[in-house]
Design a protein around this ligand. Sequence first.
Ligand code: UDP
Length: 389
Amino acid sequence: MKKQALVIGLGFAGSVVSRILADSGYDVIALEKRAHIAGNMFEYERSNGVRVHLYGPHIFHTNNEAVFSFLNRFSGFYPYSHRVIGKIDNQLVPIPFNFTSIDRLFSKDIATVYKTKLSKAFDLESRVTISDLFDTQDPDIRDLANFVLQKVFVNYSAKQWGVPFDQLDSTVTSRVPVVIGEDDRYFSDKIQMMPLLGFTDLFERLLNHPNIAVNLNSESNRRIRLHPDSGKVLLDGIPFSGPVCYTGPIDELFDYSLGALPYRTTEFVFEDYDVNCLQCTPVINYPNEEKYTRISEFKHITLQEVPDKTTILKEYPMPYHYGSNMIPLYPIQNPDNKRKYEDYLRLGKSYSDLFFCGRLAEYKYYNMDAVVARAMQVADDILSTPKYD
Ligand code: UDP
């Protein structure tokens, strides 16, 4: 009899696991509750012909060559270095904050002092955090750090996370550094590429395998149940005898028995315009006055040419309420939530066929490349588990 695996969720985590298991001879039953594959990377073409990312801009970047060469099997890629500008004091300046941002926001004399001191304190072209700037103890660098903190981070983060900046986990805010130099790319990874025909196309190829049965509109909580007495996962009431890779929200799998894990979500507001370009740059961040955090104009990310048409997306962050039809987007990393997650994970350990993978199942703010790497690892773990031989 052929080996079977069950995969819940077809974002990157579930799709990569499905493909690797299918390539190794497993028959994979994949359940996806949405009407489409690709999770939050889903792209589609609007009626004006502009392709957009339905759940906000997703930019691929990595230093992990194994991840990139795996994905290369399923799509061509074009070079794309993401650039973001931010509206600060009514000026548009590069984010991450860099020497050009300093030049645009300060008088020539002050800018020279800041740039000279930064160049002495740090390696040129390095990327440092705000706390690295504070740690220098130099009063001018600390003044600059305070400026960047207030104008770039404090209000943006309050909007995005709904809590004061000092309550945020440093792993969140250190995602956006300060650049000691003029590099205005948002990321510094060696590989900065985007799938030629978009993420949905990549996912279609990833899942296009005779051993993978994709079931859309399949709410996993209607089809799978945990059976604590046997330690088995039931599919449609019948014990499933192979590995089960769960990529949905871990609290939902356990019926929120230990309480809901909190998330932030975003209201995505798309606007179409009959002009060739509106802001004419991929993303503008609005750290301060506006209610939205950023506006993306997709043509400048996909590099698609659609004359006299464009679509922008405004992102309004808000709290997520479980049980609503909101989408849990950002896990809120703090010690209490981490503890609650660990407690759920402990419950999961009683089910030896159950493997957790991805942002929702691991309650982790993953970049795309990291989730692909993790999924490759989970698939390897499954393939090297003796009982599945
Ligand atoms: N951030 C900020 N100001 C900015 C950009 C980012 O304060 O202009 C902070 C904010 O807390 C945000 C985090 O850095 O949530 C990570 O930003 P990133 O752009 O990586 O967020 P994502 O694209 O994942 O939403």
